[in-house]
Structure formats: C-alpha cells, structure tokens
Design a protein around this ligand. Structure first.
Ligand code: TYD
Ligand code: MG
Length: 481
C-alpha cells in the first residue's frame, strides 16, 4: 500500500510546512496549522485530460515580437454592472473567483447570470443545493432585462434559462466527465469549498483540496477556452480555507459584499488580469433577484434626504480600494466637569489632536464640550485622509449648521491646521464621482507634483467639482461662512 503523505497547512494563508508550527512564518498568525493528507498521483484516477499534452508539452521561448496578438474574445452578459466589473465582458478561458460571506447573494448572482445567457450553453454545478432547491430559486428570479426596465414584473419566467444545465456534483472527476459530454460554453461552480478531487485525500474545503480543485479547473479553462466562475466563501475569522489562498491562481477576483440586513450589494474587482481592478458594480437585492443600481448615489440619498448637522462623507482606502464612508460627530455641552471624548472606529489620540487644532488654529471653544465621533457601518479607519471630513463634522455639529449633501472630503490635517496631501487622490476623486458626489475638498498640495517624475493630476477629466484648500480655516469658511 502506498504510504500516506501528510503536510501541515496554514488555514489562514495556505502556507505549507512539513511539520506542525505554532506560528505561521508567512502570515504571522498563531495556531493556524492543520494536518492534511496529500496523496500522490500513483492511483490511476482520470483527470481533466490527464493523458493529454498538458503535462508533457514543453514550451519553447518565443520572441515577444513573434507572439501573435489578438484582442481577447469577450462575451457580453445582459448584466451591465457585471460586464463593467469584469472589464468589458467575460473573457474566453478565464477563471474568475467570486468571494463573499455566506448569504450575501453569490449563488443568486451567478444563477441569475447563468439563466440570462440565451446564446450560451451554461453548466451550473452546485455542491451546496439540490436541483429542486435551485429550480425553486430559478423560479423566483426575473429576467435581468425586466428587472432593470421600469415595467412591472409579471411576465412568466419560463422564457429564461432554456440553455442552462444544473449539475449537483462535488467530485471534480465526475464534473469533468459531464463537461466532456455536455460541452458547455461557460461553467459556474458553487462553491469551490464543496468540491473534492480524488487525487487528494483530505476533506473538501481544506487548503490542499481547494487548491487542487482550482488547479484542475484552471487547466480545464485554459485548455478548452471555456470561462469558469468559482464561488468561494470567506468567513470573518478566516479559519476556513478561504479563497484568499486562491487569489494568485485565478485571473480575476471579485468580491461580493454588503450588509445582509440591507438590500444593497457591491461587487468589487480586487484583481483582474484583463482589465482595471478598480471597478465596482452595485446591486439591489429584490424579491425577484438582483437589480443593477446604475445611479449609485441613490444609496446615500435614500438614507438621508436632508442634510443633517454633524454628518460628513469622507473617502478612505481599504487596501488599495477607495471607499466612501459616513463620518459623524456630536458636540454637546458637558454637564459635568470633565468633558467626555469618545471615538468609535477612530483613534482617540488623533481625535484629541484634531480638537486641539480646531481650538488653537480656528478659535472654536471645544475644551468644555463632550465630543463623540463615529464611523458608521461598524468599520474602523486608520487612514488620515478622513481628518478633514471629521473636522468638518465636528464644526458642523458645534455650530449646528449642516454640510451640504453630495459633498465629500479627502485630506489629512497637520498640527498647524494645514490640509496635507493624501495618497491615491485620483482614485478617491473617481470613486466620489462614481458614487454621485458633486464636490470634493482636497488638499492643494495634492496638485503640486510630489517629486521629479510624478505627473500632475489632471482635474479636467473629472466631472465632479474638485475644491482645493490649503488650510482648515479655508474649508470651514467655505462651508460655514
Ligand atoms: P444566496 O445567493 O443563497 O447567498 P450565498 O450564495 O452568497 O450564500 O442568497 C441568500 C439570500 O438572498 C437569502 O437570504 C435570500 C435572499 N434572496 C432575495 O432576497 N431575493 C432573491 O430573489 C433570492 C433568490 C434570494
Ligand atoms: Mg450559495
């Protein structure tokens, strides 16, 4: 009998080690190693064309100029947001990972897409739900065209999904067998964590299984030119072998996010070998499926029609991705001797610094006031670019004058009250514009070239009004007179 080989994998980042370790040398997490059995190839299990050329074929080096170049073949879907996030449609032979927390709507998004591709033969492989469950879900979903037009949705749904096949299967070998028979034009896998390959002994969802199944699907996608979509779950604590470890294997990584208790969902592109990685698509979860939100500012406007004092919108970066957040402040007279200072989602020391700058440089008497700061949505932000928005929120609450809606801020505040430049300003402005803002306050130092070979940013390409300021007083007099 063949000797079983084991290895230890970090469940958080996928680092492989021959022995158990307490701390992962790659991601520095403690106690994340788990033993997994890795079986060798000597059992004769059919693979995706295992005997085909792929393993033997040796590529020769080719001169760059000799490589024939053709635009990638792209297929447009009826879902415009999805096309945009992918960089202009589905690329033939691409492997796309769609990650997100359970229950956010990944299956809904992909099933809806699968049902709305009349020109393509789509295979939807589910390891999570039975075909009857999927049918029930499909019955609920309205055609994308109808969801996005204003007409009432009362047409029968039977017209859609005629060329969509459902397969409930978790073994990759069986999936490939069916694929060879059906020859689909597009494959959706729901989800990668439920698949298992007979080449590997460990349980479905473990790091080595997830990686092996993805590698097999990658080979299939590249050799057949069929686009493959993988759905992957991410959990907040990251203990389950998440799709994080797959990000470098696939061509495109999309993340579906949003609050399960709210109806809006954001589809973000994190990585894209075939287009820009800064695209995002916004959807609304309805009873009949996901509707595209083509005018994103409606999300912010629907929550707040009138401006309220103490609330501003700031731009922040999450990794490399720009994001707009609501920054709130409440300033009230302290009933006791010592005023209270509380910040949720923001550093208290930095808040005290901001208050001191506003007191000293702008003459606001904040010393005897209670000040509460809050970043909505329960996130915590370290980006100094939200300083300006917070300072405006504090003064707005102090003076009880609202900041106009559709205004946002991006700037760091220095100790002398100067508004300092922040990084990636163009992406922040672009995000604000995309979300429907009309003006953004930024530092004037962002316009000056920050170095020899840095080019000046071109404001003419933005439709949003960009107001450049040098000091906090300038912002406050522009806003509050
Ligand atoms: P689902 O796609 O199953 O999430 P995931 O695959 O990411 O785990 O979506 C789950 C939620 O979506 C569920 O709570 C019900 C809701 N939903 C709607 O609101 N409208 C719909 O048309 C559908 C199909 C689901
Ligand atoms: Mg699902």
């Amino acid at each position: 009998m063949a000797k079983t080989k084991v290895a230890y994998f970090c469940q958080s980042c996928g680092f492989k080690s021959a022995k158990w370790l307490g701390k992962c040398p790659s991601c520095q997490q403690w106690n994340t190693f788990a033993e997994e059995v890795i079986e060798k190839q000597n059992t004769a299990i059919p693979n995706w064309k295992a005997t085909s050329s792929s393993s033997q074929r040796a590529n020769k080096p080719v001169q760059v100029s000799e490589i024939s170049f053709a635009e990638e073949q792209r297929t447009l879907t009826p879902d415009n947001e999805f096309n945009r996030v992918l960089g202009g449609g589905i690329v033939a032979g691409s492997l796309v990972l769609i990650g997100g927390e359970p229950g956010i709507g990944k299956s809904t998004l992909m099933l809806q897409l699968a049902l709305n591709m009349p020109a393509l033969k789509v295979l939807y492989v589910s390891g999570e739900e039975s075909d009857r469950q999927i049918k029930m879900r499909a019955e609920r979903l309205a055609p994308i065209k109808l969801l996005n037009s204003n007409s009432a949705i009362d047409t029968p749904h039977s017209a859609i999904g005629s060329d969509c096949y459902i397969l409930t299967e978790t073994s990759t070998q069986n999936i490939f067998k069916q694929i060879e028979i059906l020859e689909p034009d597009m494959v959706v896998i729901d989800s990668i964590q439920t698949l298992y390959s007979a080449h590997i002994e460990s349980t479905p969802g473990s790091v080595s299984q997830v990686r092996e199944c993805t590698a097999e699907l990658l080979r299939f996608a590249k050799e057949s030119g069929t686009p493959v979509f993988l759905i992957g779950h991410i959990t907040k604590d990251g203990m389950i072998a998440g799709p994080k470890i797959l990000e470098h294997m696939v061509d495109t990584v999309l993340q579906f996010e949003g609050d399960r208790h709210h109806v809006y969902r954001i589809l973000r592109c994190i990585k894209n070998r075939f287009g820009s990685a800064s695209e995002l698509g916004i959807y609304e979860m309805m009873g009949e499926g996901l509707r595209e939100v083509s005018n994103p500012s409606e999300i912010l406007l629907s929550q707040r029609d009138e401006p309220l004092s103490g609330i501003t919108i700031s731009t922040t970066l999450e990794g490399l991705r720009p994001m707009l957040i609501e920054t709130q402040a409440l300033v009230s007279t302290s009933p006791y001797g010592t005023p209270q200072r509380t910040a949720t989602g923001f550093d208290t020391k930095r808040m005290n610094m901001l208050l001191a700058v506003l007191e000293k440089r702008c003459g606001f008497k904040l010393g005897a006031k209670d000040v509460f700061l809050n970043i909505t949505g329960g996130i915590s932000v370290e980006d100094p670019a939200i300083d300006l928005g917070l300072a405006a929120a504090i003064i707005s609450s102090h003076e009880d004058i609202p900041v106009p809606i559709k205004t946002c801020f991006a700037g760091e505040i220095g100790l002398s009250g100067e508004v300092r430049a922040v990084n990636r300003i163009e992406q922040r402005i672009a995000e604000a514009q995309k979300l429907g803002f009309e003006q953004i306050f930024i530092s004037k130092y962002n316009l000056e070239s920050g170095g020899q070979n840095k080019k000046r940013i071109d404001l003419t390409r933005f439709k949003i009004e960009v107001r450049t300021v040098g000091s906090i007083e300038e912002v406050l007099s522009a806003l509050f007179g």
